[in-house]
Design a binder for this molecule. Structure first.
Ligand code: TUI
Length: 316
C-alpha cells in the first residue's frame, strides 16, 4: 500500500497514530511503528525532560520511524520544539494551533513537519510555511476539534494544496480508510481505535468505555467557550453541559475539566474524568494488539477497493 505518505515517512502502511496527550507513550508508539504505521509520542503538557526520556526509551523498542506530537496550546510547546532538534526526532506533528514560529528551525534541521488542521485556510497557510503534509481532522475526532466533518474537509483541502493530505476523524476500519482514499487523502490518522489496543497504557475503565460505546456515546463540550472538545458521555461531562446551558463563565467551566483527562487516563475515574474519544468508538468492540488493528484495516481496505472497482470499474 504505497502512497506519498509511505514514501515521505519511510513506513509500510500510511496509517499514523494520533498524538493523544497522556495516552500516547513510547509503548503505544513503538507498537504502531513496529506494525508498519507511524507511532507518535504525545508531548501534551509534559515537561521537556519527561518527553526526552520517552524519546530515548522508544529507540530501544523500535528501529522504525516514529514522531513526536506537539500540542501547541501547551506551555511545554516551546521546550518540546527545541527537544526534537536536540534528540534528532525526524518527524513532528502539531495540533491545536499554528506551528509558524518553529517552522524555520525545524526545516533547517531536516525535520518532517505535519500539522493537524481543521480548515482549508489553515492547510493553505501550513503549505506556505513549508509543511511536508497536513493532517485534515474532521469533527468526528475525539478531543479538541474544529467545525467541519471529515467528509467535507478532506476533499476541500485536497483541492487547495499540493502537499499530501492525511485524513483524520472517524476512521477506524477499512471502510473508513477506503473512503479517505476516495476523498483524495494519501493516508489516515487514527486515535480512538488505538485506545482499545493491548499496548495502550490507559486505565482499563477507559478502554471498557470505548469498547462499550455506541454511535451516540460522545458529546462535545465547550462550544460556548470556543474550545470544543469531544468526549464520551460521563457524569463530569453531563455536569459541564448543564452548566454550559446555564451560561456559566469560561473560568468555572475550564476549572471543572482541569486535570480531568489525567483522571480518565491514570485513574479511570468515571465521575471526574474526561474520556476523550471519537464518534467511531461505536464501531470498536474489542481490545486487540496494534498489529492486528493495523493489518485488519489494511486488508479490509484492499478487499473493498478491489470489490468496488470490479462493481463500478468497467463499462463507461
Ligand atoms: O489537538 C487536537 N486534539 C486534541 S489536543 C487535546 S489536549 C486539550 N485538552 C483540553 C482542552 C484542549 C486541548 C485533546 N485533543 N487535534 C488536532 C487539532 N488541531 N484539531 C484542531 C486543530 C487546530 C485548531 C486550530 C489546528 C490549528 C488551529 O489553528 C491554526 C492557526 O492558524 O491558528
Amino acid at each position: 500500500m504505497n502512497t506519498q505518505i509511505t514514501e515521505l515517512l519511510g513506513i509500510k502502511y500510511p496509517i499514523i497514530q494520533g498524538g493523544m496527550a497522556w495516552v500516547a507513550d513510547e509503548h503505544l508508539a513503538s507498537a504502531v511503528s513496529n506494525a508498519g504505521g507511524l507511532g507518535l509520542i504525545a508531548g501534551g503538557n509534559a515537561p521537556k525532560e519527561i518527553i526526552r526520556e520517552k524519546i530515548r526509551a522508544i529507540r530501544s523498542l523500535t528501529d522504525k520511524q516514529f514522531g513526536l506530537n506537539i500540542m501547541l496550546l501547551s506551555p511545554s510547546a516551546p521546550d518540546l520544539a527545541d527537544l526534537v532538534v536536540e534528540e534528532n526526532v525526524k518527524i513532528v506533528t502539531t495540533g491545536a494551533g499554528s506551528p509558524q514560529k518553529y517552522m524555520e528551525k525545524w526545516k533547517e534541521n531536516n525535520i518532517t513537519v505535519i500539522p493537524v488542521v481543521a480548515s482549508v485556510a489553515q492547510a493553505v497557510k501550513m503549505e506556505k510555511l513549508g509543511a511536508d503534509a497536513v493532517i485534515g481532522e474532521g469533527n468526528e475526532a475525539g478531543g479538541h476539534i474544529g467545525e467541519l466533518t471529515t467528509m467535507t474537509l478532506i476533499p476541500q483541502i485536497v483541492k487547495a494544496v499540493t502537499i499530501p493530505v492525511i485524513a483524520a476523524g472517524g476512521i477506524a476500519s477499512g471502510e473508513g480508510m477506503a473512503a479517505a482514499f476516495m476523498l483524495g487523502a494519501q493516508g489516515i490518522q487514527c486515535g480512538t481505535c488505538f485506545l482499545a489496543s493491548d499496548e495502550c497504557n490507559i486505565h482499563p475503565k477507559y478502554k471498557e468505555m470505548v469498547v462499550k460505546a455506541s454511535d451516540i456515546s460522545t458529546i462535545v463540550t465547550g462550544r460556548s467557550t470556543g474550545h470544543p472538545v469531544r468526549c464520551l458521555k460521563s457524569p463530569l461531562i453531563r455536569r459541564y453541559i448543564a452548566l454550559e446551558k446555564e451560561g456559566e463563565s469560561f473560568e468555572t467551566l475550564e476549572q471543572l475539566t482541569t486535570g480531568s483527562l489525567k483522571n480518565a487516563v491514570t485513574e479511570g475515574s468515571y465521575d471526574e474524568g474526561s474520556f476523550m474519544a471519537g464518534q467511531i468508538a461505536g464501531l470498536i468492540h474489542n481490545i486487540r494488539p496494534c498489529k492486528e488493528i493495523i493489518e485488519d484495516i489494511v486488508i479490509r481496505t484492499q478487499k473493498i477497493i478491489a470489490e468496488k472497482s470490479k462493481q463500478f470499474g468497467g463499462g463507461i
